[in-house]
Design a protein around this ligand. Structure first.
Ligand SMILES: [Zn+2]
Ligand SMILES: [Zn+2]
Length: 241
């Protein structure tokens, strides 16, 4: 949820000259420029699911890329249901009527490699009728696994084993597990167990509940199970190798 000092959750994954934006929130073009990253360089946008907080900024980003006269191909990756929602947004704003934009966009419901980055995807349970994908990104040395909005369920995805960085949403504390699952989210305890079992080196907790009062308890609960837990601030960056 958006608060005074944070927006919704998006990630920028880079390796060498390859860059991937995961989910679209806030003002993506401006946010990237503020971090001295040229949005024209993006190779792909990877979408996790079709909930509004993950998808709403896609038309704005594409519109900005069109205004910037981008010519490089842009992959938009997601499962077929998510891409369908993304295309509806794209068409609603008549972006499909801009030939110079439409000709560079490639919609991909399967994608194993973007430049230097190998991608694997795995299905997660979030809400009924809301197919949700997790992803791993591997460049030959560093691996990042991202679990967006979801209920932790076994079996854990094998491809997410041995990540240097495991990024997971967390909805609250384990005492509220039942309500969290009902809403399609996971507890700090469950997420930390998953990171431990999958042998991650570090765990980042994202997509936190809006009440800051609970954040330190979430961190404490996760840290009791898994030693290296962080709650990144907006625009935090991490080097993985
Ligand atoms: Zn969601
Ligand atoms: Zn969400």
């Amino acid at each position: 949820m958006q608060t005074q000092d944070s927006s919704n959750t998006s990630l920028l994954i880079t390796s060498g000259s390859t860059s991937i934006l995961v989910d679209t929130s806030g003002s993506p073009a401006q946010a990237l420029l503020q971090r001295n990253f040229n949005p024209d360089l993006l190779d792909a946008i990877v979408l996790t699911h079709a909930h509004v907080d993950h998808l709403y900024a896609l038309p704005s980003l594409l519109h900005n890329l069109w205004m910037r006269k981008r010519q490089k191909e842009l992959l938009i990756v997601g499962n077929s249901e998510t891409l369908e929602a993304a295309k509806q947004l794209y068409q609603f704003f008549h972006l499909d009527c801009k030939p110079s934009l439409d000709s560079i966009i490639c919609w991909a419901d399967a994608c194993k490699q973007v430049g230097d980055i190998e991608i694997e995807t795995f299905s997660l349970y979030h809400r009924p009728q809301m197919t949700t994908q997790g992803y791993t990104f591997f460049d030959g040395t560093g691996k990042v696994a991202y679990f967006p909005d979801s209920v932790v369920q076994k079996p854990y995805p094998d491809c997410a084993e041995n990540s240097q960085l495991l990024i997971h949403e967390v909805g609250g504390l384990d005492v509220d597990r039942q309500a969290l699952h009902h809403d399609g989210h996971s507890s700090a305890f469950e997420v930390a167990q998953l990171a431990k079992t999958l042998n991650a080196q570090a765990l980042l907790l994202v997509h936190l509940p809006p009440s800051k009062a609970i954040h330190s308890a979430i961190l404490e609960e996760a840290s009791g199970i898994f030693p290296t837990v962080r709650m990144p601030m907006e625009y935090s960056s991490f080097i993985v190798s």
